[in-house]
Write a protein that binds this ligand. Structure first.
Ligand code: KG4
Ligand code: ZN
Length: 354
């Protein structure tokens, strides 16, 4: 690769479009968020009860230039003031990824800026680091989103080590599916959490899948147990629905807490970051805070605005890569599937697979 490019500092534009949010943000190398714009597509997908990939790509194409322009304007910057561009290169929906990636590349090309591709999950973890100066490697990263449920050991500079992951559904996916079974409005996870607030979580003893074994997760059995329970109890009044939602939420989040404590113990780590959309869940946040106080570890959650998909997290992760001299060329491509332990970023030269 020749001699490494010089380390670089200054504002970095982040672009994220891996799923159904078009987001752009500017973050300085010192971690200050100068702007963070998110255009969500809930209205587009609501009639279908889930993300429709082709509609997501088309809406990204409509929104991308406006969202990027707004992020620059709110930061009070023009492209010539930027030090670099960071874009999500994977994992995610291919059509969605390509919109942000192509736009980011065109902007970098036009302005003569360096570009780096960022792994979406490295972005989620960077959000936690951005918000909490006490969170520094080595630490345990629990990623809980619509597509991922995994535990990682996060190192200073080498790729993360995967300690455990889901064998079937992701926890956010389970929230979304149970919400759909209860005919709750899309997006399901937050709707289900709201209904659960009014319920008694001790009402139904749902299974805590694989709670006693290892660090892997499984959510498809829990989802089936909930479906059978709904069938057996229907028609349900509002109280019964709230009790069922609360009981599901308790089972789904208890497993996360148990496994995180086990991993901290096994890995002799004292810091935990919980990131991704499900990290916005109030019950999970409460239970983790209780466990941290009881067991004496440091727990870190990004603020709610940085839990679900956003571009500040991508800019922050990208700024770090750029600051240590990382560069990806204009041949940077997108990866629908790429593991975080293959590389913390996605670069063609890293051998990452699509
Ligand atoms: O990180 P994210 O925005 O997108 C992915 O990378 O998947 O996570 C979205 C997921 C969805 O499954 C959504 O239902 C879930 O996070 N989610 C929640 C809550 N807010 C979002 N799940 C439970 N409780 C919440 N408050
Ligand atoms: Zn995400």
């Amino acid at each position: 690769m020749g001699s490494p490019p010089a380390a670089l500092s200054g504002p970095v534009l982040g672009v994220e479009s891996s799923c159904d949010e078009m987001a752009a943000a500017v973050v300085d190398t010192d971690g200050a968020i100068l702007s963070s714009e998110v255009h969500d597509q809930a209205e587009v997908h609501r009639p279908y009860g889930g993300v429709v990939p082709e509609l997501a790509s088309r809406d990204h194409l409509r929104a991308v230039s406006t969202v990027v322009a707004a992020a620059l304007a709110k930061a009070g910057l023009e492209t010539k003031d930027l030090a670099g561009v960071a874009v999500t290169a994977g994992p995610g929906l291919m059509g969605s990824l390509l919109v942000g990636l192509s736009f980011g590349k065109a902007l970098a090309y036009r302005a003569g800026l360096p570009i780096v591709g960022v792994h979406h999950l490295a972005g989620h973890l960077a959000a936690a680091e951005l918000a909490d100066p006490e969170l520094r490697p080595p630490y345990l990263g629990l990623v809980v989103s619509g597509g991922h449920t995994a535990l990682y050991r996060i190192h200073e500079s080498e790729p993360a080590t995967t300690l455990g992951q889901t064998r079937d559904d992701a926890v956010g996916e389970a929230f979304d599916k149970v919400a759909k079974l209860l005919s709750l409005p899309y997006p399901g996870g937050p709707s289900l959490a709201r209904l659960a607030e009014k319920g008694d979580e001790t009402r139904i003893a749902f299974p805590r899948p694989m709670e006693d074994a290892g660090l892997d997760f499984s959510y498809s059995g829990l989802k089936t147990a909930v479906a059978l329970e709904i069938e057996a109890r229907s028609p349900m009044d509002e109280t019964a629905r709230a009790d069922l939602a609360a009981s599901f939420q308790a089972a789904a989040t208890d497993v996360l807490v148990t496994k995180a404590i086990r991993a901290l113990d096994e890995q002799a780590l004292s810091r935990l970051a919980i990131v991704g959309g499900v990290a916005a869940n109030a019950r999970l946040r409460e239970r983790v805070a209780e466990a941290a106080a009881r067991e004496g570890f440091h727990a870190s959650f990004p603020p709610l605005s940085l839990c679900t998909d956003n571009a500040a997290m991508i800019a922050a992760a990208g700024a770090r890569l750029l600051a240590r001299g990382e560069r990806h060329g204009l041949d940077l491509t997108a990866f629908s599937r790429v593991r975080l332990d293959e590389a913390p970023w996605v670069a063609p030269a890293s051998g990452a697979r699509g």
